[in-house]
Design a protein around this ligand. Structure first.
Ligand code: PLP
Length: 427
């Protein structure tokens, strides 16, 4: 049974009515299910049962809520981070530093220093200059930074162009043909303990063939590196498994993924790292919203909700589909467009979609919003960032408050500007 389900005609998160949460924190609001997070984490780990040595790291970018990270830490998930801010989120959630891997193409020196000082488990290097900088920073501290080299295998993940990362024309990783020579040079640097490879070719991947092709290329590279006498004992296979956003479309088959990984890596003799984000968190969250108006349209009405593209950017950014459902469905359906209040036509969640008939004032929800939802929110149109609520069985707690007005309006006048009312100009 899904963690978001009808009980007595009313949508609940686990055992908590969504209407109670809306009454307590208002709308729009993100609601996460701890049970669904645990379930996905356990499913992922079980699928990798035949992989003897592994570490699972949740991709914090998918959902950096410390409460979410804590639920996953309790499932023995570490963290894959891409910024100093995410390092803070992971540490504040209680994830131990050596269970953190730092990916990302533009790490700054202060960010590298903070991660070194925290003692994180691994840095995934994206370019040679970064390796040189990390070597210098670690040497200054009398340390050796544990590092993997992120490889760009030149494999198209067959996913949305904006979340494809493994083709040579993308900014990520070291072109695979340059990897041997670069590994030679980086392995010789002081202050750097280069001991493996990383690869991540994209997100929302359903067809496993591109992942397998990338991993096989990594296998060839491991053998070539070892022939040259290099140590390769950790390999980070990234994240990327997709979920079903739309009824009738499949999720990635996680059991088949586990079997494929076990087969491809059987003679690698390395500890494997995994960085799933979406697969763990997407289905564990919804965005709760209220219908403001049902406005007549030329062909179909516009359901104007109080959530917008600043709360959930995926439809505007990737033309993504999120199921929309009434919190108290009547069983009646209609065809409508779903839009938010932002002054952009792109602030559209759905066009001409058959959906639960809703009316002004009704509560509704966008489903499968637990990954890349709240984490991508902005204050566009000076809108406050929505609160986040974690449900665990019959308990719930606000784990992130709605942004206060003074936080939204953090800009100020320049000091030389008169802070009184602008003078009336003569016409
Ligand atoms: N690892 C890296 C390096 C990433 O860039 C990403 C996201 O694109 C992930 C892991 C998580 O991907 P996903 O949420 O698709 O599992």
């Amino acid at each position: 049974m899904s963690s978001f389900h009808l009980l007595g005609g009313e949508m609940h998160a686990e055992a908590v009515p969504l209407a109670s949460i809306a009454a307590a924190v208002g709308t729009p609001a993100y609601v996460y299910s701890a049970g669904a997070l645990r379930h996905a984490a356990q499913l992922f780990r079980a699928a990798l049962g035949k992989v003897p040595r592994k570490q699972l790291m949740f991709a914090v970018k998918a959902n950096p809520s410390p409460a979410v990270l804590r639920v996953l830490a309790d499932q023995n998930f570490g963290a894959d981070i891409v910024s100093g801010g995410e390092l803070d989120c992971a540490l504040s959630a209680g994830i131990t530093a050596n269970h953190i891997v730092y990916s990302g193409v533009g790490k700054t020196a202060p960010e590298l220093i903070a991660a070194l000082d925290a003692g994180i488990g691994r840095f995934n290097l994206e370019l040679e200059r970064e390796g040189q900088l990390l070597s210098a920073l670690a040497s200054q501290r009398g340390r050796r930074a544990p590092a993997l080299l992120r490889i760009n295998p030149d494999v198209d993940a067959s996913t949305h162009a904006k979340i494809t990362t493994g083709r040579l024309d993308s900014k990520f990783g070291i072109p695979i043909d340059d990897a041997l020579a670069m590994y030679d040079r980086l392995a010789a640097l002081p202050g750097l303990d280069l001991h493996g490879l990383a690869v991540h070719i994209g997100s929302q991947i359903i067809d496993l063939a591109p992942l397998e092709a990338a991993y096989r290329k990594i296998g060839d590279l491991i053998r070539a590196l070892r022939q040259k006498g290099h140590r390769v004992y950790h390999v980070d296979l990234g994240g990327g498994l997709g979920v079903s956003y739309r009824p009738g479309l499949p999720s990635a088959n996680v059991e088949a993924y586990g079997a494929m990984v076990a087969e491809v890596t059987r003679d690698w003799d390395a500890t494997l790292l995994f960085e799933p984000g979406r697969f763990i968190a997407a289905e564990a969250g919804i965005l709760l919203t209220r219908v403001l108006w049902v406005k007549p349209g030329s062909r179909h009405p516009f359901v104007v909700v109080d959530a917008a593209m600043n709360d959930l950017a995926r439809p505007a950014m990737y033309d993504a589909w999120h199921e929309f459902a009434a919190v108290r469905p009547t069983g009646e359906k209609f065809v409508a467009n779903i839009v938010g209040p932002i002054c952009e036509s792109g602030d559209t969640f759905a066009r001409e979609r058959e959906m639960d008939r809703v009316q002004e004032g009704d509560l509704a929800m966008f489903q499968t919003a637990g990954a890349y939802g709240a984490s991508m929110a902005s204050t566009y149109n000076c809108r406050a960032i929505a609160p986040e609520v974690l449900v665990d069985d019959n308990r719930y707690a606000t784990v992130s408050e709605r942004m206060a007005a003074h936080q939204v309006r953090r800009q100020r006048l320049a000091p030389w500007m008169d802070d009184g009312a602008p003078s009336t100009r003569a016409a």
